[in-house]
Design a protein around this ligand. Structure first.
Ligand code: AMP
Ligand code: MG
Length: 366
């Protein structure tokens, strides 16, 4: 090829490339202009608490305010953990548990409200969600360094201690009082606390006058307002058989909360390689094996969604579906071991992102 030909080729290439660059540039400008006018680049931070990794993303015009919101949000999460965890002997819940069978314990209004809500969900799920599973959770040690399978006799004793109807609540003067009626009973708010913390973070954000945020407490998602660019939030539902961050389904939502309970979240293997996960059947004391891998609840209040996701998982596909369908403003996604995804009819906008799964929007086979 002659020098001339090479130069001509370069010219032709430039003629093609330059306009392309220009187009890309324009669209870039347009995007950045749009986001500046509508509402800004997000500020996001991670935080470890409540046994999980959280990430809060704030869309706010003022980065300094966004930073302040994040700081206050994480302080709130830490406060909630400090009063509600089982794993710190100084927590309010640990005090209630130590007084089991004895005196009432005075707790904060907030802890009182979470216990009240947990008992309501327990009643609604007929005890499938039961915040008095503490003795079982402790005996199994799931999530601890020393998990183990309780023996048969021990299990009978433990099961006898699980009954949400034996939690007494009382208000006297300004005091919020809680009592477990029998010795050795134990509250465990692990099935609801993350959702409650998400609601609390949303209140911080609202209180600070910010209108758009995504709160993600270890997969418990709560949306605050709509996305600044007006497009729906795209919330992924974890593929139960794949690595963290691999999704089976993407939900398009403009608001609300998306909370999942799944067998893959916390588990251990015994010597014969059998897997034991952390969602326990309050009637037989074992991890629930009912063909489900996860249940996702979509509604407005995150504490409610959290408790329900655990309870509906225990109820199983048929009874869980029936309950969800009877609750106004509540929808669910059930994922089964045989790679079916059952979506209740209130969820209308989604994309399947793993073609090995099959979607159904009714329990009847087609
Ligand atoms: P989640 O991840 O929200 O489904 O909550 C699971 C956690 O809730 C477990 O790690 C236990 O601490 C607790 N839990 C397990 N089984 C139950 C149950 N049947 N009812 C209430 N809480 C439970
Ligand atoms: Mg839960």
């Amino acid at each position: 090829m002659s020098k001339y030909h090479i130069l001509r080729s370069i010219n032709v290439l430039l003629l093609i490339i330059l306009p392309l660059l220009f187009i890309i540039n324009c669209s870039d400008n347009k995007n950045s202009h749009n986001s500046a006018a509508v509402s800004h680049n997000p500020t996001a931070k991670n935080h470890l608490a409540l046994g999980t990794a959280s990430r809060v993303t704030i869309y706010d015009q003022e980065p300094a305010r966004a930073e302040e919101i994040l700081k206050r949000s994480f302080t709130r999460i830490d406060e909630i953990e400090a009063s509600m965890t089982l794993y710190n002997s100084g927590s309010e819940i640990a005090r209630v548990n130590r007084n089991a069978g004895g005196q009432f314990t005075s707790v904060s209004e907030e802890t009182f409200l979470v216990i009240t809500q947990a008992l309501e969900i327990a009643a609604q799920t007929g005890g499938a969600f039961d915040p008095t599973v503490g003795p079982l959770v402790k005996a199994w040690g799931i999530g601890s360094d020393n998990p183990m399978i309780p023996g048969e006799q021990e299990m009978a004793m433990l099961l006898d201690l699980v009954d949400y109807r034996e939690v007494e609540l009382s208000r006297e003067g300004g005091d919020y009082l809680v009592r477990l009626k029998r010795p050795d009973m134990m509250l465990d708010l692990g099935g609801i606390a993350k959702g409650y913390a998400a609601d609390a973070v949303k209140e911080v954000i609202t209180g600070m006058g910010s209108s758009s945020a995504l709160i993600n407490l270890g997969g418990n998602i709560l949306l605050k307002g709509s996305k600044p660019d007006g497009t729906p939030w795209r919330i992924g539902i974890q593929d139960p058989d794949a690595n963290r961050g691999a999704y089976v389904l993407i939900l398009n939502l403009t608001s609300g909360t998306v909370v999942t309970s799944g067998t893959y979240e916390r588990f251990f293997y015994d010597a014969s390689d059998q897997r034991f996960h952390h969602i326990l059947d309050p009637w037989d004391g074992y991890p629930v094996e009912n063909g489900l891998e996860s249940v996702t609840i979509v509604t407005e209040n995150s504490a409610y969604a959290d408790g329900l996701s655990t309870g509906v998982f225990v109820l199983g596909l048929e009874r869980g579906w029936e309950l969800v369908e009877s609750l106004p403003g509540v929808d669910a996604v059930f994922i089964t071991e045989d790679q079916m995804i059952y979506i209740t009819p209130g969820i209308t906008s989604y994309t399947l992102s793993n073609q090995e799964f099959t979607i159904r929007s009714t329990l009847q086979s087609p």
